[in-house]
Design a protein around this ligand. Structure first.
Ligand code: SAH
Length: 346
């Protein structure tokens, strides 16, 4: 379906019918990835941005059916990082060359607005040249505003799926499809660089729900989009569900690059979990961000969203060096920079 790929590159959008046609056709991935790389290099050259991921807590009040840290999973050893532990991860990361820290966690009430703002301000005070990304779930607009005022720069909240029925099949009844989307628009209004995203191959996903995802993403027009394959987790209700496909994830990375030419697109940990060279392949399909793990060992071991989660992090200089070499081998370079979103050149 070369003509639809060309149209997407030219017009940065497709209709729902065109998306479905494209997604159900046999895609020439060599061609698609080449176009995506061209668009990526027009906007970001050969630069790859790194973000230091800090998994602050695996306590969660939610019960998402796919997720290993859902509240009903009794087999998780729960932990949360103190402010001091988080600051020490940042200090270590800063010395290694990280200029963005991503604080991710379950929805953990322990982190009150005051505590979260105190953590954000302290990181900014220690590292004024760094960006802070939060990924701690659904909050009120007022809370998002407090985080922003405290100095947070970006917020990741995957929309998970843009089809209401599909959303309800992945989440317990009391979680609201509408509220998740509202949060994303609130975050934009508050002035965050915003990221949404979804799992490729999540249970009950169809070409139609995926077409809706692409249309929703177009409408939200986020700065970042995180996608990774669904990977089953042994204690979750979806334990017997089939994993998503890494190849299909790569196709979506490339399609997203063509739809949102200047977006920040990570080659995600889930992709790296399914494929040994997932990060390289992601970059060669149009991704421009990698998010190595800076969490302490005990956190990494227990932040088990899915089985066999890639846990080699970059908390040691040697690991980062190895990542740098791997990225250079495919013709790209890791840069020491906040790696902010760039407005469109043309
Ligand atoms: N509580 C935060 C962070 C969630 S974890 C929030 O609500 O945003 C980050 C992402 O991991 C989720 O948005 C989900 O898309 C992904 N994830 C969770 N379980 C997964 C699984 N089994 N396979 C692949 N990705 C998963």
């Amino acid at each position: 379906m070369k003509s639809l790929i060309d149209k997407l590159e030219r017009e940065n959008t497709l209709s729902k019918e065109e998306w479905i046609t494209l997604l159900e056709s046999k895609i020439d991935t060599e061609y698609l990835f080449e176009r995506a790389r061209k668009v990526q290099s027009e906007n970001y050259g050969n630069d790859v941005y790194i973000r230091g991921l800090i998994e602050i807590s695996n306590y969660c009040k939610n019960d998402c059916l796919y997720c290993g840290i859902r509240c009903s999973n009794k087999n998780v050893k729960r932990y949360r990082l103190t402010k001091e532990e988080i600051l020490s991860c940042c200090k270590n990361g800063y010395e290694l060359g990280f200029r963005t820290f991503v604080l991710q966690g379950g929805e953990d009430k322990f982190y009150t607005d005051d505590l979260m703002c105190d953590i954000i301000k302290s990181i900014k005070k220690n590292h004024p040249d760094c960006a802070i990304t939060l990924s701690i779930g659904e909050k009120t607009k007022e809370t998002y505003q407090k985080y922003k005022n405290a100095g947070a720069d970006r917020y990741l909240l995957r929309h998970e799926t843009a089809d209401k029925k599909h959303y309800q099949s992945l989440h317990p009844e009391k979680m609201s499809f509408e509220n998740r989307q509202k949060c994303l628009f609130d975050l934009k209004e508050v002035g965050f660089q915003v990221g949404c995203g979804f799992m490729v191959g999540s249970p009950y996903q169809t070409s139609e729900t995926l077409a809706k995802d692409m249309l929703f993403i177009k409408k939200l027009n986020p700065h970042m989009v995180g996608i990774g394959p669904f990977i089953s987790q042994k204690d979750s209700p979806f334990k017997d569900m089939k994993n998503g496909s890494a190849d299909k994830t790569l196709i979506f990375v490339a399609l997203l690059r063509l739809m949102l030419p200047n977006a920040l697109l990570p080659a995600t940990t889930a992709l790296g979990t399914l494929l040994e060279d997932g990060r390289e392949k992601g970059i060669l399909a149009g991704a421009n961000v990698v998010m190595p793990n800076l969490s302490p060992k005990f956190a990494k071991e227990n932040y088990t969203l899915y089985d066999n989660k890639l846990s080699t992090g970059c908390e040691e200089a040697s690991h980062l060096l190895e990542l740098k070499k791997r990225i250079e081998k495919i013709g790209y370079k890791i840069v020491i920079s906040r790696g902010d979103y760039k407005e469109r050149r043309k």
